[in-house]
Design a protein around this ligand. Structure first.
Ligand SMILES: [Ca+2]
Length: 528
């Protein structure tokens, strides 16, 4: 039954798009555009990527790629946009512009509105917007204009970032079960710490649990959910709403001034950090140090926070199993989820110097055809993917000596392209890689039912709101984060709480909440 439904879904989804498909090639004589593209160290040279060569063969459009490395991008971008000189015809890719760039440079006329261009020239995007009004809403700026096409990747299920992995070999050696409550978790970490869990005769070389403070999926923001709401995982809250979550009736909540947050700080300090059960190095270590742990001959980490099970390398990966969020003292818990990691309003933008925006939008619309989206993100058919001939695809084996990502990023603009890989496509047409499948399964089997804290989504704010936030946001976020670290590592939350709340209010916390609330309500109403 599920398969039949899936088949009907593909047919209803693809047939209208196919009927409206572009006429290729798009031009009868060669046409050229110059595009800025931000490349990661892993990406191949865009001029040599098989993906772009095939798109050129199909469309007849030549692209002069102006590639800028990730490390230099933030420095170079404002020079290109700010001076409004030497503008390219467009900006290509998820990180080529930010949501606030779209509002700023869109309102100045440097980026042109795409609404009508899409309506008239972009059948794939038009079909996507009709099928997924939520995506269209995300792409629409406060002034009603669409200044960029989106990036959508729902295959891996990045809606739930953070996973907990626990060493099953250690549990078995010590005769312990997987813990389900914080109390049991404390007993397990205590045993890991004291009972030579890795069995090498040295009772002092185990780190019961490691994490990286505000290091995204490596953080323990999710653990606050055992006392109410899960909290932000990143330093500035980007992608996870800056400590803001969506409460009942679409009312936003600033988690770090809730009673549950206060209780969580006290509990984790008293029961875990002050007991040496969670590594204090987690507050200061960098990402590279974090990821290079556990590489010795014998595993020395009991529990770690991660996106993938191989985030601490593959040497001891097999010893670990996923752990569900632990239940708090009242028998409940909540884990965080977000839509912002899988959906971004920035995929491709056109500037006011482009002489033929109709052709350029037709060209980029090609990337929103499901099969070209797939190849842009996962690699070209015949290189990274195998066509099974029945409307489905498989992964080609990774050549000896390359990692999967090296293989994937070489010939395609993996991870950052203007693509729409929606969840339904992964259920019908596109395979998940083994890593993506594992992440998807972990989320479904261990986290989904606890994922009740919805982090505030990224929103495109007006320039006025962005300006108002820029005066207060940094202070509020950095003070909040600093106090979270202090209370977890050293305690003192109860004594300092009232002063802390008063100080946040003086910094403009109520205005901060009001700005986000107004924008959230305008976009989503009372949605939770
Ligand atoms: Ca040991």
């Amino acid at each position: 039954m599920k398969r039949i439904l899936a088949l009907i879904m593909i047919l209803t989804m693809l047939v209208p798009a196919a009927a409206l498909a572009q006429d290729y090639p798009l031009v009868t004589s060669p046409e050229e555009f110059r595009l800025i593209i931000r490349v990661r160290p892993l990406h191949g040279n865009p001029d040599e990527m098989v993906l772009f060569q095939r798109i050129e063969e199909l469309t007849g459009v030549h692209i002069q790629w102006d590639a800028i490395q990730q490390a230099e991008y933030d420095e170079k971008k404002p020079l290109i946009l700010g001076a409004n000189k030497n503008l390219p015809d467009g900006f290509f890719g998820k990180y080529s512009l930010t949501a606030s760039d779209l509002v700023t440079y869109g309102s100045q006329g440097i980026l042109i509105p795409l609404n009508d261009l899409i309506e008239e020239n972009a059948p794939n995007l038009k079909a996507l917007f009709e099928r997924r009004p939520d995506i269209k809403a995300m792409c629409t700026a406060p002034d009603g204009n669409i200044y960029a096409t989106p990036y959508i990747q729902e295959g891996e299920d990045g809606t739930i970032f953070s996973n907990i992995m626990i060493n099953k070999v250690w549990l078995d050696r010590l005769g312990l079960e997987k813990p389900t409550t914080l109390e049991e978790f404390k007993a397990v970490l205590t045993a890991f710490k004291e009972q030579d869990a890795n069995g090498n005769g040295d009772p002092n070389d185990e780190i019961p649990m490691t994490f990286k403070f505000l290091g995204s999926q490596r953080d323990i923001g999710g653990f606050f959910g055992a006392f109410g709401y899960a909290d932000t995982l990143t330093e500035d809250g980007s992608n996870e709403g800056a400590h803001m979550v969506i409460g009942k009736g679409g009312q936003l909540v600033f988690v770090p001034t809730t009673e549950g947050y206060k209780n969580a700080c006290k509990y984790y300090y008293e029961n875990f950090f002050s007991q040496g059960l969670i590594d204090l190095e987690g507050f200061t270590m960098d990402k590279k140090t974090y990821n290079s742990q556990n590489q010795g001959e014998i595993a020395n980490i009991g529990v770690f926070m991660c996106w993938n099970s191989f985030d601490l390398g593959t040497v001891h990966e097999d010893e670990y199993e996923p752990l569900s969020p632990l239940l708090g003292p009242d028998g409940t818990t909540s884990w965080g989820w977000t839509s912002s990691q899988t959906m971004s309003p920035t995929g491709f933008s056109i500037t006011n110097v482009c002489k033929n925006p109709e052709l350029l939008i037709k060209w980029v619309d090609t990337f929103y055809d499901p099969i070209w989206s797939m190849q842009c993100d996962l690699g070209p058919i015949g290189i990274n993917l195998k066509d099974n001939g029945d409307g489905t695809y498989d992964y080609m084996p990774v050549p000896e000596g390359l990692s999967y990502d090296e293989f994937r990023f070489k010939e395609a603009f993996a991870a950052d392209g203007p693509v729409a890989l929606t969840r339904d496509l992964f259920e019908t047409t596109i395979p998940r890689s083994s890593g993506h499948q594992a992440k998807f399964d972990r989320n479904e089997n261990y986290y989904r039912k606890y994922a009740t804290t919805h982090y505030m989504p990224n929103m495109m704010l007006s320039e006025e709101d962005n300006d108002a936030l820029s005066l207060i946001k940094t202070d509020i976020i950095s003070y909040t984060n600093q106090m979270r670290a202090k209370w977890l590592a050293q305690g003192g939350v109860e004594e300092e709480w009232d002063d802390y709340v008063a100080r946040l209010n003086n910094m403009g916390l109520q205005e901060y909440i009001e700005i986000y609330q107004r924008n959230y309500t305008a976009a989503y109403g009372t949605q939770e």
